[in-house]
Design a protein around this ligand. Sequence first.
Ligand code: AHR
Length: 513
Amino acid sequence: MKNKLLFTLLIGVFFIPNAFFGQTSIKLTKNEDAPQISKHIYGHFAEHLGRAIYDGLYVGEDSKIPNTDGVRNDLIKALKDIQIPNLRWPGGCFADTYHWMDGIGPKEDRPSIVNAWWGGVTEDNSFGTHDFLNLCEELGAEPYLAANVGSGTVKEFTDWIQYVNHAEGSPMAELRKENGKEEPWNVKYWGVGNEMWGCGGNMTAEFYANLYRQYATFMTSWENDNNLYRIASGANQDDYHWTEVLMRDIPKHLIEGVALHSYSYVEWQNKGSATDFNEEQYFSTMKTALFMQELIDKHTDIMDKYDPKKEIDLIVDEWGGWYEVEEGTNPGFLYQQNTMRDAMIAGVTLNIFNNESDRVKMGNLAQTVNVLQAVALTEGEKMLLTPTYHVLKMYTVHHDAQLLPVVFDSPEYTHNGETLPAVSVSASQKDENVNISIVNIDSEKENTVEIDLAELEVNNMTATILTSENLQDHNTFDNPEKIKVSGFDDFKLRRGNLKLTLPPFSVVVLEEK
Ligand code: AHR
């Protein structure tokens, strides 16, 4: 009888799921057919909005702040350090008001316009096409030009392509040369308008699909074997009808990518402070961030219906957290601080993109500097790097690596009877080395995970962590290193089994050495 009881207990213990011990089992598998995680998932976006360009990236050639052709050197270095793969410009909503010819030629001769979308300020066009494309060359980033469809013309658009891509013997190539640039830049990525359902012209999907066909027909690149990559302005979040119509009505030979925009917030009408938020507001923000998974699943289902071979990519060219502006700043400038909450948004969103990298080929965090979920903030000569920046730096291990699919059931993060998955994971392999990024969004509970790496023969790993005492913590100009990446050795790796405990609201990246 005693033996029988012991036997039953042993069997019971053996079969009790790991979750019972507060532990999550994660299985990593090697699948030769798994996609490559495009480095372009880690792209950025800089609009003529607030202090993103002027007083952010561009301080002017005569500034006391050390700069290269007017762009601050500290920011150039910071962006190179996160291996910025691409930069989208000049908008955003600004793109469909932008006439590129205003931004070429001698700066003193350039016309001024009013930036109608963002604060009604004067735009003197001192940062234009040459400034942007030369900056991309300096950064080693691919430019992604968002062209004006809403208030432009087909001719204006195609002239821009000719200006930046045609070598010689055309009116626009000669104009470029006159303006001091002999060789073309060969820009590959082109957005055909922005948010055409809203600030781009309040169009219906059906109307835009037709307009897109017209524009795309005349887009020619003479230099690249005509390999322009044309991106259709995409849906606002869960507007699935928009994607359905574009996929149905645009012939495949005219399109390479369909965009999607989705921001994270507490409530769209009541966004709350970037730094002074409560648990309720944090939970709501994370809910909208994790909604990205459902959005990608559902937009992908529609794309699969029309494009089962996955020839057209999903491009999430605006994402990030959106709160009220900092007190005392221009409401049209969208200047906000960046806390551990933003690090959580970045960590889970990038894990989703990695895991969906068979369809998602590009992402653009909104925006690079001084606007929305920025990676850097500036104040005069000072610049600080945000928690979001550090996540992007930690995740560089995934750039162009092969995805390692993960299988697991996340523990729950519960608040007021509602639940979200607490743990988010993605993994990849590059040069034989395995890299794993794990996020625990739970605001209070640590979570222990056990990762089965047996199939991958991993023997040695190093790790880094991003965490802080409070979710609301952020870097300031007086204390720019309050939140920074630290080494993390609180994990055990034995015979292909990796075990670690993630502190509340933390991001851990493990790299095989
Ligand atoms: O990123 C700020 C704005 O958000 C962009 O200009 C627009 O495309 C979106 O609505």
